[in-house]
Ligand binder design. Structure first.
Ligand code: FAD
Length: 384
């Protein structure tokens, strides 16, 4: 395909024939899936074209050029990518297309009251009962649980092996008796995440991803996709808004564009954004189907710093106005939202400190953190 010129031409002609702003979104996304452009680097058997990730990027660039939806899901669709890498054929047949059409809502059932950064300490259990698993336990900080149809669940299936080894990974149906979701209010005033209580919840065995007791491996892939997504995008003050507030335009609008401290602060945020974009491109190149790249931790950590610094500079520019709050003061309101919401990226998907540990150990090759429980059967580990 050379530099991708022929492919680019092909995608352009396809878009010229198929894409119109007023075309119903669902119908268009169906056409994108059928053409293989939703997941170009995936195998043909599963809606792909078997292209390289570089060629897939060409497809994505052409879609972005005309503002058409549905492409690049081989990089951005956490759920579908995890399912493709580890799911049973039965589950893939049932769910991949609906996931690519964004018609199945999902959540992540990982964290527990005693297992966040040390996720391998989780105590939710899944016990086989015929051709099903029965799940009991509690999850917490589960974003989107109230509306989710499935949760990607990690649960303990063997208590007699060390903590990382007895965990399994499931697509758990959420809409059934025994799943109780209670919302938690965030510092921003929203309530996107929840506590989830699980009592005798049933999961069919075909919803097991990877081998029984090998869920830690599946989790690494899912976390890598999550960090990749969080490393190059973050939420703004309203749905769909970009966090990359134009700090320069804001400084001009309040007459502070000649303040040397503000100019320097804006330049620093700009540099961080630019370098992170380059890093994201490098990490994406390293991310192959079914494997994880520790370089993604750099991107997630960088995005966390960019969001905190960007919000700080926004408040610096606004000065005393930043103390105001509420819809009567939209500029200050947006700046304050971004300040508070920056913690989303520095905690969710693994905290900044944990990303630094990963970078230290897996990118820089530093010695591992001491972990006294690592080789002890989980049943004998002191529990939180
Ligand atoms: C907005 C948001 C959305 C979330 N969505 C989900 C979700 O959908 N599903 C889900 O399962 N979870 C979700 N989480 C939970 C998130 O993954 C956990 O909060 C996170 O992993 C940290 O765990 P913890 O809160 O138990 O903190 P802890 O693990 O108790 O950590 C407390 C502090 O100690 C530090 N620390 C802990 N261990 C180490 C170490 N080894 N080295 C250095 N420092 C350490 C941490 O960095 C942190 O500052 C979400 C969190 C947020 C903020």
């Amino acid at each position: 395909m050379g530099d991708g010129a022929a492919l680019r031409e092909e995608v352009r002609s396809w878009l010229a024939a198929e894409w119109r702003d007023d075309r119903p979104r669902r119908e268009f996304v169906d056409a994108v899936i059928d053409a293989g452009y939703a997941v170009p680097s995936w195998p043909r058997q599963w809606f792909g074209l078997g292209l390289t990730l570089d060629d897939s990027r060409v497809v994505g660039e052409e879609f972005a050029r005309v503002g058409a939806p549905g492409a690049r899901q081989d990089v951005h669709n956490l759920w579908a990518n995890t399912l493709l890498a580890y799911g049973t054929d039965a589950l893939k047949t049932k769910l991949i297309r609906p996931l690519l059409r964004s018609e199945v809502s999902m959540c992540l059932l990982y964290s527990e009251p005693g297992a966040g950064s040390d996720l391998a300490g989780l105590q939710t259990r899944a016990v086989r009962d015929g051709n099903e698993f029965v799940v009991n336990g509690q999850k917490v900080w589960t974003s989107g649980a109230a509306s989710a149809e499935y949760g990607m669940l990690i649960a303990r299936t063997d208590w007699d092996v060390p903590k990382h080894k007895g965990i399994s990974f499931f697509f758990m149906p959420m809409r059934q008796p025994g799943v109780e979701v209670r919302p938690l209010k965030q510092i921003t005033g929203e309530a996107h995440f929840n506590e989830v209580f699980l009592t005798d919840v049933r999961v069919p065995e075909e919803n097991l991803l990877g081998e029984l007791n090998d869920g830690w491996r599946v989790l690494q892939t899912a976390l890598a996709y999550e960090r990749s997504v969080m490393g190059d995008q973050a939420r703004g003050p309203s749905a769909g808004a970009n966090h990359e507030v134009d700090l320069w335009a804001l400084a001009r609008s309040v007459g502070r564009d000649d303040d040397p401290v503000i100019r320097q602060s804006i330049a620093r945020v700009h540099t961080l954004r630019l370098v992170n974009r380059w890093n994201a491109a490098r990490a994406k190149a390293a991310l192959q189907q079914g494997s994880s790249s520790p370089i993604l931790s750099l991107g997630k950590l960088a995005m966390s710093r960019i969001l905190h610094e960007g919000a700080h500079v926004q408040r610096l520019i606004l000065g005393a106005e930043a103390m105001l709050h509420g819809p009567d003061n939209p500029r200050a309101d947006a700046a304050n939202f971004l300040s508070l919401n920056a913690y989303f990226t520095s905690i969710g998907g693994g905290t900044d400190q944990i990303q630094r540990n990963i970078i230290g150990e897996r990118v820089l090759g530093l010695p591992r953190e001491p972990d006294v429980d690592r080789d002890v059967p989980f049943r004998q580990v002191r529990k939180a």
